[in-house]
Design a protein around this ligand. Structure first.
Ligand SMILES: Cc1cc2nc3c(=O)[nH]c(=O)nc-3n(C[C@H](O)[C@H](O)[C@H](O)COP(=O)(O)O)c2cc1C
Length: 378
């Protein structure tokens, strides 16, 4: 059973905690990550760059830099930039174990004493051991109980649990089922993700036994994300949660995104056309990342050896970053994909990170007071 998140309704104060906000919203996760509020901005390809991470971090949250889509020759400069923009406050780095420069990111995480790394499948005990030895919090995102258990076995010391309503690659179990399931099964701090955007959600997550919330879509839909206006407009206009749906057609894995012309085209396309798109993406990604044929071959061979069923996913893997870049960087939302959580349907406006975090904290405090009044009627 996971430890209590700290005096959620009792308001106990922890002596010596740095710049602690009113006690109920200060959980041990804040001390572990070195942030003021238990609010995490997750990594999002092409979106979570230095500006967004710095804006989140300055507002008292904890931001993750999306290392999988930052060019190898820029990543160190971006790490330094976040440091400069935040007066050296702690932040995190996300990486994909299978990206060509994964080793570079690991070395940089250690060199720059990055506070936490987030990842999905991939890193083994040795890699995680090296990071833990360097004092780095290892914080994978999982979408199923068995993945949480496996991640802890490999050395993770915080688990982000993403329910199926979350954006990007996602599982099928909703947050309200998966979160208590994982909280009850593990001993490490759990962070709740998938569908969070306001103070009510934060209080609910803490009540479930999580130590904080992590959000992608809510931070994408801010004035700090740097996402082009044409693309943000699609997010703001998305009011139907059913149309923020899951497809396997981008990279063979379930991925939640806004419905758009491109997704509908993919669904109607022949297998041959989809193969052509995947090969085009692979060639573009190879050129952008400087991936050698040797690395591409090794990844394919590994897939063949470990799970032949995953070969199609490996061939399609580059679709995700290439098609996301069109929307998130080039501002061509009808020609690419727009990863999104269903929560976009209830976020009707763009705010700054500071307004988002301030609003969540104020909203959470109001909910806690309302709950208190409910239990103590005058
Ligand atoms: C546009 C977008 C890009 C994403 N890219 C990544 C990524 O590169 N790496 C990753 O681990 N997760 C990625 N995700 C998933 C998010 O980090 C996060 O887990 C998810 O958005 C949480 O659910 P929410 O959107 O309901 O808050 C992405 C999500 C979105 C919306």
């Amino acid at each position: 059973m996971n430890a209590e998140p700290t005096g959620l309704l009792s308001g106990d104060a922890r002596a010596g905690a740095p710049a602690a906000p009113p006690a109920p919203l200060h959980t041990p996760l804040c001390d572990l990550l070195g942030c003021r509020y238990p609010i995490v901005q997750t990594a999002m390809g092409w979106v979570a760059g230095p500006q967004l991470v710095a804006a989140t971090t300055r507002a008292g949250g904890f931001g993750f830099l999306a290392g999988a889509t930052i060019a190898a020759d820029r990543i160190e400069a971006d790490i330094v930039k976040v440091r400069e923009l935040t007066d050296d406050r702690p932040f995190g780095l996300n990486f994909h174990f299978f990206q060509p420069n994964a080793q570079q990111l690991l070395d940089l995480a250690v060199k720059h004493r990055i506070r936490a790394v987030s990842y999905g499948r991939g890193p083994d005990k040795k890699v995680i051991g090296r990071l833990r030895e360097a004092g780095i919090v290892c914080m994978p995102t999982v979408g199923a109980l068995k993945h949480a258990q496996k991640a802890i076995e490999l050395g993770a010391n915080v688990i982000t649990v993403q329910g199926g309503e979350g954006g990007g690659h996602t599982g099928s179990v909703p947050t309200t089922v998966l979160l208590p399931q994982v909280v009850d099964a593990v001993q490490v701090p759990v962070v709740a993700a998938g569908g969070f955007y306001d103070g009510r959600g934060l209080v609910a997550a803490l009540a479930y036994g999580a130590q904080g919330i992590a959000m992608g879509t809510r931070f994408l839909m801010t004035t700090d994300s740097g996402v082009p206006a044409a693309t943000l407009e699609r997010y703001v206009k998305a009011r139907d949660a059913e149309k923020i749906r899951i497809s396997h057609l981008v990279d063979g894995m379930p991925q939640r995104m806004l419905d758009n012309e491109y997704l509908q085209m993919l669904e109607k396309a022949s297998g041959l056309k989809r193969l052509r798109i995947a090969i085009g993406s692979a060639l573009q990604w190879k050129a952008q990342t400087g991936m050698t044929l040797g690395h591409a071959g090794a990844v394919l061979l590994k897939a063949l050896r470990e799970d032949p069923a995953s070969v199609a996913q490996t061939v399609m893997a580059a679709n995700a970053p290439v098609l996301l870049e069109r929307s998130m960087v080039e501002g061509r939302p009808s020609e690419g994909v727009m990863s999104s959580g269903q929560v976009a349907a209830v976020i009707g406006q763009l705010q700054s990170c500071s307004e988002v975090i301030g609003g969540i904290v104020a909203g959470a405090e109001q909910r806690l007071q309302a709950l208190h009044r409910l239990g103590n009627p005058a």
